[in-house]
Design a protein around this ligand. Structure first.
Ligand SMILES: Nc1ncnc2c1ncn2[C@@H]1O[C@H](COP(=O)(O)OP(=O)(O)OP(=O)(O)O)[C@@H](O)[C@H]1O
Length: 189
């Protein structure tokens, strides 16, 4: 799929946040959006997801399901990791398959506990797994590696590269090393 963003503008309280942003993106790439804090990365993602409206400009994109990781994990904290991922996975995916997916990123002993009892980095991995296992054509990942140590991040990056194959992936990061490790395409706003 192709995603075309043309001259997108957004202000909050009269202050410009997105100022004539344009870009063309296509499936098969991991695009890494870098920009200083407060420059509007999350705002752009929210517009792409239909959670915010632009003041002007145009978006051209196919109506595909979107897998998302927000800056917050947004898990159902009383549910287990398995149930969090299962509830957004295609109905053809079994519980056993979801367990196998989660075990690529997490130790088996945490998979059936309420996610409220998991560490911050473990919750982050559940949120990432949930986004990558949902049926989607577009992945939007807002600072997905927050709270992950270097070794865990390397595992997550391998998993992300495998699961995002053929999709259009758009993620934000403040870390140069992430772009290199992902073999990503840098974009700025
Ligand atoms: N709903 C809102 N109302 C008012 N101002 C907002 C709103 N949402 C975002 N902003 C402002 O828009 C600007 C851009 O915010 P945004 O979260 O998009 O930045 P960001 O580049 O993702 O930052 P960070 O890297 O720190 O996450 C900030 O100054 C923020 O305060």
């Amino acid at each position: 799929m192709k995603l075309q963003i043309c001259d997108l503008c957004k202000q909050f309280d009269g202050v410009p946040v997105l100022d004539h942003v344009s870009m063309e993106l296509e499936s098969g790439h991991i695009y890494c959006l870098t920009a200083p804090s407060g420059k509007g990365k999350t705002t752009l993602f929210r517009i792409l997801m239909g959670l915010e409206t632009a003041d002007s400009g145009r978006l051209f994109m196919e109506r595909v399901p979107i897998g998302a990781v927000f800056q917050e994990d947004r898990l159902c904290e009383s549910f287990s990791a398995v149930d969090n991922v299962l509830m957004t996975s295609p109905s053809s995916v079994s519980r056993a398959e979801v367990r196998r997916e989660l075990m690529e990123l997490l130790p088996e002993e945490v998979l059936d506990r309420p996610t409220a009892t998991l560490s911050g980095g473990q919750k982050r991995r559940v949120a990432i797994c949930r986004a990558l296992c949902a049926s989607s054509g577009l992945l939007i990942l807002d600072e997905p590696f927050t709270g992950l140590d270097a070794g865990t991040k390397a595992d997550v990056i391998r998993y992300l590269q495998k699961k995002s194959a053929g999709k259009l992936t758009l993620l934000s990061t403040h870390q140069e090393e992430d772009i290199l490790a992902l073999d990503g395409t840098r974009i700025t706003i």
